[in-house]
Design a protein. Sequence first.
Length: 279
Amino acid sequence: MATIPYIKGFSVKPERTTETGTVIFTDGTNEITPNQLQCEAYGYTYDKATGTCSTFTYSTGLGRAFSNLSNFIKGVGNTAQTGTNNTLVMGESNTVGGMSRNNLIIGSNNEISNGVNNATVVGNYGLAERDGEFVVGGGGFSGAGKGYAQYSTITLTGTTTDGVATDLFINGDSSQTIIARGKTTGSFQGFEAHLLAVRTGGSSGSGAVDDRLFQRVSGLIYLKVEDQTKTDLGSFGTTTGWEGAAKFSGTNDMHFSVTGAADMNISWSCTLNIYEINV
């Protein structure tokens, strides 16, 4: 959107337009949702039912047509829902959920959930539910369901400056820390995490920059973590108390947290493998 000047008597003006035609205003510092008077003063249409200001009426058919320009789909029975962009699908009967981007499916009867980005699914009856996830579908017990037998890999990252347990982020997104949601009775998971931690700074006089730890954490999951074990595969310098652990919160929401040490700046990277079966 070209820069629009303020109309006399108004302290807000249009800032940008979303893909669905909604006009976002600014007060010069923050983005805001305009009221009817502000919206219509600049020549846009105000929807009282939704409280939104629009430059055009969004059509799901139009959105799908534009989305398909950036997707490559080969095979029979594949579906890329509205708002899917930059996606490659090769196979049969696969589904990519809407409002997603940069995904890849090769195989049959696989699915990437709504809003999931940067995911890959290969094989059959695989289900990706997390950003940046790589899934190998194992067949789902002759079609019993997607995600019934599979393994997946996720990369987690984060930093610590103290000895407080801190959740790692999925795919580098600080808003995403829930790795898996515990499912109903009959859903079992095993996990194995390889964790690398490197000290990058901090005022602690113990140890030094470039102290590091390589650790493996593994366990069984059935509505909670069971039989969790940790093994240091290698360490250098002062790494006392550094560790990773799977934990649960809320309604069986799985996170992976790390604990460093006081006054030590530590960067963490974790490759997490999850093995799933539903019976």
